[in-house]
Design a protein around this ligand. Structure first.
Ligand code: NAP
Length: 306
């Protein structure tokens, strides 16, 4: 019977029923505490106090409840396989957040929702087909969000580290690809992980490639944006608005200039949460695979960092 250690105590009450239901019939021993050498799998989240994986000598895999793994991937004691969360409900949530915020800016909804002067401005927005979007990051979440935007007729250009084909969506890669994606975009969505290769990716030079008035949506990771450069580009009127869900420090400190900036919208890292019911099935499937000697799903590449 595989012993599964649930490492983040604060999430136990929320996840326990979902995990027990997903493990039904699998003969899994789900515990909150165990002698490390007896543990076969660890369910992990960044809030878990567990930092030293060395004593978990027979553990086959650490199963992250989070999609982003930057807070564990570099842990030098972690020699076990690391799987990140790819949760269909999390993806659904991210698609809704991205589509909602893209439509807000595309339709200029703020002009009518916040209109204390009762201004009758009959200017019609362009059609979606006339509003190019760049999707930086074409992984699980970027692809799903890009497809949803394409279904609404937005011309989406994807950009990622490696060359790829995603039906009907032009996909670019490399430095030249990034420049082309940015130069043509009125709305940029970043769904990149935090790695050495993505930190400060949107710096002053690259922000300057965007057309004047472009909007940035960042539900990926805060460190992908150079905050000072973004604030300067907003102040200069080059960037029209930034809607940010993720930050270098979370919660975003109360005195951070993003809070007070009239053209920044802060959402508190709520773009997409892992949902216990659907994610429990992902965890269960990986344990089933591990026990059957099959390859694990959603393995993190340590060298790449995501
Ligand atoms: P994923 O499937 O691993 O996809 C990551 C994408 O980023 C891939 O397309 C990858 O390129 C690309 N990429 C990575 N490094 C790059 C680089 N140096 N240059 C260009 N492209 C690069 O991840 P995901 O599931 O879509 O999630 C993306 C991120 O969203 C997570 O890492 C997490 O930080 C964030 N997230 C946020 C929330 C929230 O609530 N705000 C929720 C969940 C996740 P390749 O395809 O070529 O490998």
């Amino acid at each position: 019977m595989p012993k599964v250690l649930f490492a983040p105590p604060a999430l136990w009450e929320e996840y326990r029923p979902a995990l027990l239901a997903a493990f039904d019939g699998m003969g899994v021993d789900l515990v909150q505490e165990a002698e490390p050498a007896s543990v076969d799998y660890i369910i992990y989240a960044p809030s878990a106090p567990l930092q030293n994986f060395t004593p978990y000598t027979r553990c086959k895999a650490v199963l992250s409840l989070w999609a982003g793994v930057e807070r564990i991937v570099g842990n030098p004691t972690l020699t076990q396989a690391l799987c990140r969360m790819v949760d269909p409900a999390l993806t659904e949530g991210m698609v809704e957040w991205v589509v909602g915020h893209v439509l807000r800016h595309h339709l200029g909804m703020d002009r009518h929702i916040v209109n204390p002067g009762r201004v009758w401005d009959p200017t019609c927005p362009p059609l979606a087909r006339e509003r190019p979007v760049a999707m930086l990051g074409m992984g699980e979440l970027g692809r799903a969000a890009a497809r949803a935007l394409v279904a609404l007729n937005f011309p989406v250009t994807g950009w990622s580290r490696t060359e790829k084909t995603v039906g009907g969506i032009p996909c670019l890669h490399g430095e030249d690809g990034l420049e082309a994606a940015l130069r043509g975009a009125e709305i940029v969505v970043t769904l990149l992980p935090k790695t050495a290769g993505t930190e400060n990716l949107l710096d002053a030079r690259r922000l300057a490639m965007l057309p004047k008035g472009a909007v940035i949506l960042n539900p990926g990771r805060g460190a992908v944006i150079d905050d000072d450069a973004l604030l300067a580009a907003l102040d200069a009127g080059h960037i029209g608005h930034a809607t940010l869900d993720v930050f270098r420090i979370e919660p975003l400190p109360g005195d951070h200039p993003y809070w007070a900036h009239p053209r920044v919208t802060v959402t508190p890292h709520i773009a997409a949460d892992t949902r216990p019911r659907s994610s429990a099935h992902v965890i269960a499937e990986n344990i089933r695979r591990g026990e059957a000697g099959m390859p694990l799903l959603h393995l993190v590449d340590r060298a790449r960092g995501y």
